[in-house]
Design a protein around this ligand. Sequence first.
Ligand code: ADP
Ligand code: ZN
Ligand code: ZN
Length: 699
Amino acid sequence: MAVQTPAHSSVGDLLSYACDRPLPAGTLVRIPLGRREVLGVVWDAPALNAGLPEGMEPRAIAGALEGVPPLGRPWRRLVAFAAHYYQRSLGEVALAALPPQLRDLSPEQWARRLRRPAVTPQADPASHPKNIALSAEQESARAQIEQNSGPFLLYGSTGSGKTEVYLRCVQQALEADPTAQALVMVPEINLTPQLEERFVARFASRYGAGSVVSLHSGMTNPQRLKSWMAAHAGTARIVLGTRMAVFASLPGLKLIVVDEEHDASYKQQEGARYSARDLAIWRGREQDAKVILGSATPSLETWHASRPPTPDDPQGGRYLRLEMPSRIGAGALPRVRLVDLAQQPKGSVFSPPLIAAITERVERGEQCLVLLNRRGFAPVLHCTECSWKSDCPHCSAHQVFHKIDRTLRCHHCGTTQRVPYACPTCGNPDIAPLGRGTEQLEEQLAALLRNVITPERRAARVARIDADTTKAKGALEEQLAQVHAGEVDVLVGTQMVAKGHDFRRITLVAAVQPDGALFSSDFRAPERLFALLLQAAGRAGRDAQYMAEQGRPSEMWVQTWHADHALYAALRKHDYPAFAAQQLAERAEAGMPPFAYQALVRADARSQEVAQAFLTAASAAARDGGLSGMEQVFLFPPVPMAIQRVANVERAQMLLESPSRAALQRFLAAWQPVLHTTRAQPEHKGLIRWLVDVDPLAI
Ligand code: ADP
Ligand code: ZN
Ligand code: ZN
């Protein structure tokens, strides 16, 4: 029985229970655990408490959840794999993968629920919408997906019609087999309604209204349970969802689509830190379903895995890359204009030429999007006079500014020094962290534009959309509606406005302070920046007809101190492949992913010393123990995390790197008991918790 037991408890999470009849693996049951009654899943593995002390009998189950077919073997294998790979307990992953309400209902409540009539999808074949004709690029991609087994990378510009290709592939899979199911994942909840609309419009008449269901954390628990049951029973043919949907029980799964596969939100950041994209690949292979990863700016891992064969590399990658470079029905990609901040008045966050360009657009009734940094970049110090930055003397990384004790630390090797009083190169005392807060910038921009008048003879309006302004339910939709209605002239936002939204009247997009990412201590920061800028650029000039009426090309403005940086050179030409090639060369040289595999171990304690001492002791114990895989795994010394203290808890982390994924996996599996034993030693009493992040996205 897989049961969720308290984290790190000694009980384990496969427990034996007694039942008066044999239950097939995958059956959901209510079982007593301590003084509580909890949900469990019958598992096909020996229980850890099989050797009960003499005279003790296993407790009896409280009851099976009648009416739910047992969870199939593919689902159980997926859960077992994820638990093993991400170093979590089986029970935790299994129970987290089930809808919350299933965990809370008693068998009686459950039976009552089941008595409600189930909706069976009613098809109405007469009202099929006609398929639109695919472009040549779309048709070629579709045919390749039909003829090959994949996995596929659908590499298509924003607006190239990737969604239309997904729709066709889904249609094909469902038509070929009356029990077939498709899973379509998107990174953000706020993108699911748009997608759902398109899928419902296409498929509800063919397969019935209940044939398309959603699964994401924005739904109520009863809604989620309903969708989950429909998927599990096979009545839902298409499941749309965010990362959690990768764990849906889909007995007929034939196709998985991961849209915007590069998006960081596919990685779960707590509990089992799984990557829904990576699990989708695994699941597809295991369950014999095709997998399509789609993006205009693929992750470098996926790009590398889809490299075409060359004479030097006759095998090429494991994925098949399909390209769709042309935009359909959208205007041309915006012209990229770099503002060299070195040539601008000192200290201006918004350079005069950018303000002039925004003013001109607003006066013509066009809209602008001003993009601000993602929040929470690890700050790097820089000199406002010369180009000095806080480099680590031992690594190709920048040292990170830790405000709390005014030190500079390298997160790779741990080297620490005090913040200098002045720039070590030119003596300028004005050294500051790169990057600034979003709120002040909005105010500053509004002040700069306060005399600008729109064609309707009203003052220009500036509005900000970010995590802070959209906390309330429905706030984001409301704010987006205002933009669409033309009530906002300049939209100031973080990455969340750069994704997916179809703004018809935006003709200028500006990134005012993107440089921080170029010199972040996180080696993935440039990759994310490039994706973000290209996505943001894709928001400009979406409506070809409107652009033709306005008679001027759309523009993407980038303000930078590093106008000659390779990233901006590639951006100018909208050249993702050039950018990727340059980044991959750097990563290969430095032995970083995708050419190496990583894991992070984090320790939390009341003091930094205790947190680090635990990590040091655990890694010493690994060395002494000569653990499996050890010879191929490099353990870096522990360092404080970039955000070192949160709510009075000190956090430290340790990076593990290996050229072999298998070796790293073997090592982690062997190391886990060592971490438990180390933790139990009296000198580590002050440790609050530790956790492992496999394939971490942020270092
Ligand atoms: P992507 O997912 O690549 O950003 P979409 O699939 O959303 O692109 O397509 C962009 C726009 O082009 C949408 O409005 C879509 O309806 C339209 N479109 C896509 N394919 C075609 C086609 N073959 N013919 C006409 N319009 C199309
Ligand atoms: Zn200087
Ligand atoms: Zn270093």
